[in-house]
Design a protein around this ligand. Structure first.
Ligand SMILES: *Cc1c(COP(=O)(O)O)cnc(C)c1O
Length: 355
């Protein structure tokens, strides 16, 4: 399968936004990658072309039954002006896990990675130089077959779009206020909680809206069965430092297997920290706080990398963590991970890939 490259014409080129006011996912680059899938034929027509809207059949199955999966990763501009990807094969492999669960076709990780590198090379001027800014990468797959029967589609489209995004913390690390919901749940055992599929996010919006109305930044999800055990926070995995143990919920099928989560576990273990994946209840967290053994809580995800949690609110009770300040471990993990991602320091883990 030969990759076609149709460069945007001078008239199609977009104006570059102000790098110091990018926000998240508001601007898109000049080019995109697309390829098509048909059962029996496989993936075909891999093309890099100008960023453009699609024509979609109103009966396209994704619009009705939501066979849609996506990924999120970033490209970073180093001090040497080179562009680095962070663990891209981990994201593309996870997309295949998502595809399998949603009865969608597998992608060839090497072929897609190659197309992504070509795309970024073509749009390399769009990789921001401003401190903390990055190029967010959004690979997506949707069912394009027209038809209203509920079944697995036979025709799909895969695409990658690129968006320059600003520093997540323009004023530095800001611990967030979290609302623990016991009204809504995100995912159930046997469901699709471990899959980056569109419906999970649609289902989560109401809890987020209600939390925002009450002045909270994010929602912390409890398990759907007992509503006791902690799952994740917003679209991040979550970690607790209690005494000297770093604790994160296990990958039981209802939480997302975050690449950042895995990177944090790997780094913490390399530093000699006891990092454990085990179930942890909301009551255990409140009890540890009472006893003074709860030292830090932070979320992990590609967008923010590390997001310190300042307080948890649950059933009218408040748990203030580390006096609402960023903990030393969260800070160390953020600094170290960021230095590796931007290529500022040696990467002992083999995570970065220079383009
Ligand atoms: C994407 C995502 C994460 C974080 O995954 P990373 O690979 O670290 O970005 C965590 N939880 C949910 C629900 C997500 O969608």
């Amino acid at each position: 399968m030969d990759l076609m490259i149709e460069k945007a014409q001078p008239d199609d080129l977009r104006e570059k936004p102000d790098e110091n006011n990018l926000g998240f996912g508001r601007y898109f680059t000049d080019h995109m990658f697309t390829m098509q899938y048909q059962e029996g034929q496989g993936w075909h027509e891999p093309v890099i072309s100008r960023y453009h809207p699609f024509t979609v059949d109103p009966a396209a199955m994704v619009l009705h039954y939501g066979q849609a999966i996506f990924e999120g990763l970033k490209a970073y501009r180093g001090k040497d002006n080179r562009v680095y990807l962070f663990r891209p094969t981990a994201n593309l492999a996870r997309m295949n896990v998502s595809a399998a669960r949603m009865c969608m076709p597998q992608i060839d990780v090497n072929q897609v990675l190659n197309a992504l590198q070509e795309l970024i090379r073509l749009d390399q001027e769009w990789v921001p130089k401003a401190k903390g800014a990055t190029l967010y990468i959004r690979p997506t797959m949707v069912a394009t077959e027209a038809g209203l029967g509920v079944r697995a589609a036979k025709q799909f489209m895969f695409f990658i779009i690129l968006s320059p995004v600003g520093a997540y913390y323009p004023e530095g690390f800001n611990p967030v206020k979290i609302y623990v919901t016991d009204t809504y749940v995100r995912a159930v055992p046997g469901g699709v909680g471990h899959v980056k599929t569109a419906g999970n996010y649609a289902a989560s919006i109401m809890a987020a809206v209600e939390a925002k109305k009450q002045g909270f930044t994010q929602v912390l999800w409890l398990d759907a069965v007992e509503r006791k055990f902690i799952e994740e926070v917003g679209t991040m995995n979550i970690f607790f430092l209690i005494n000297d143990d770093l604790i994160t919920p296990p990958l039981g099928g209802s939480i997302l297997a975050g690449v950042t989560r895995d990177s944090v576990l790997t780094m913490a273990r390399a530093w000699g920290i006891k990092a454990v994946e085990r179930r942890i209840s909301i009551e255990e967290v409140f009890a540890a706080n009472q006893q003074g053994t709860l030292r830090e809580i932070f979320g992990t995800g590609t967008a923010a990398v590390i997001s310190p949690v300042g307080s948890l609110h649950y059933q009218g009770r408040e748990c203030l963590i580390n006096e609402g300040r960023t903990g030393a471990l969260a800070q160390r993990l953020f600094d170290e991970l960021q230095a590796i991602q931007y290529g500022w320091k040696d990467d002992p883990y083999g995570w970065t890939m220079a383009i």
